[in-house]
Design a protein around this ligand. Structure first.
Ligand code: HEM
Length: 320
């Protein structure tokens, strides 16, 4: 199932694509993938803990606020999977998907077996990032539990401002930088907002941190008009931003999902294929390069055009 089809126009536009979330639901749970992805997170963290998790001591209060925000939200939206019982500052958390439970005392890190942000990151499929509020009202990144990043890592971004973090993104500063920065600065408690980001990739891996890709870009030569439906994936990031009322930090959650293009097109193939092709054709070349799509753009477009024309010959096995 594709949770979001992010293309709502035939023309590529870098927009904030931010909406006051009809999302009081901050976390998404996909029961078929949850356990596997959390096991993957554990393995990734075990491989190089400090690369994937960093939370300096002065961010502990932010992490506790993130716990106080997310646990009730998860229990409310997914009572079939999670249960929260509170006795003042003592909270009991039951995670039925992992078959685990914990007593925690809000604000007391010794009550948890792991640092609070690490513990929380192991309850959700999302990556979790914390931004602080600086003296000028800016929101530098100060902590993160980041196992499924698309081409970046904490070491590269920690301590940097919102705009500096986005430096490598072509046209970002001109098109959306200032308004996105202001959106972060003006977030109000109890008014989370969110957006969906997307890319197309040939890697089925969630973890695309520089340490694992070693600077390699997506493959190109082996993609052709016949196999693109199965070998290319729509990579979606459902992102939410919440103001943490006491520390004034921001909790940034990213839920990443990968769907083979054939699956994306399964519903209403000709119209969706036409739309994705139109977006790719209007995307500025530097952005296509940044996202790595330039390497396989030609066969991808050939595949999409054939799908748009309802061409059975290039439909590929996945759609049969
Ligand atoms: C309204 C808010 C935001 C907007 C409009 C936005 C937009 C974007 C865009 C357009 C990209 C390029 C990749 C893509 O097209 O998906 C990107 C990449 C990225 N964003 Fe954001 N973003 C927002 C919030 C944030 C926040 C809060 C963070 C905090 C850490 C963040 C961190 C990043 C990083 C690390 C990258 C990858 C940069 C790189 O390649 O080095 N973004 N963002």
């Amino acid at each position: 199932m594709l949770p979001h089809f992010p293309f709502d126009s035939d023309v590529y536009a870098m927009t904030m694509n931010a909406r006051a979330l009809a999302i009081d639901r901050l976390i998404e749970v996909e029961p078929r993938r949850y356990e596997g992805e959390l096991a993957e997170k554990a393995a990734i963290l075990a491989s190089d803990y400090r690369y994937y998790f960093q939370a300096p001591g002065d961010t502990e209060a932010h992490a506790w606020e993130a716990i106080a925000l997310l646990l009730p939200n998860m229990a409310r939206h997914y009572p079939q999977y999670f249960a929260l019982r509170t006795e003042g500052a003592r909270w009991h958390w039951a995670n039925r998907l992992l078959d685990t439970e914990a007593w925690l005392k809000l604000g007391e890190s010794a009550s948890l077996p792991l640092p609070p942000l690490d513990w929380l990151g192991r309850q959700v499929q999302e990556d979790l990032l914390i931004m602080a509020e600086d003296a000028a009202g800016g929101t530098p990144l100060v902590a993160g539990h980041l196992c499924f990043a698309a081409g970046w890592c904490l070491d590269d971004k920690l301590g940097r401002s919102f705009l500096a973090i986005h430096d490598p993104v072509p046209i970002f500063a001109d098109r959306v930088g200032r308004s996105a920065d202001l959106l972060m600065q003006r977030l109000k408690p109890d008014h989370p907002t969110g957006r969906v980001g997307w890319s197309i990739t040939t890697s089925p891996e969630l973890n695309r941190a520089p340490a694992v890709t070693d600077g390699r870009r997506d493959e190109g030569p082996t993609i052709d008009a016949l196999n693109a439906g199965e070998r290319c994936y729509l990579r979606l990031e459902r992102q939410t931003f919440s103001r943490l009322p006491r520390t004034r930090g921001v909790l940034f959650t990213i839920h990443t999902s990968l769907t083979p293009l054939a699956g994306v097109l399964a519903e209403d193939a000709p119209a969706r294929a036409r739309r994705v092709a139109a977006v790719l054709r209007t995307m500025p070349a530097p952005l296509l390069r940044y996202k790595g799509i330039d390497r396989f753009q030609a066969p991808l477009l050939a595949y999409l055009d054939a799908q748009a024309a309802g061409d059975e010959a290039t439909t590929g096995d996945a759609l049969r």
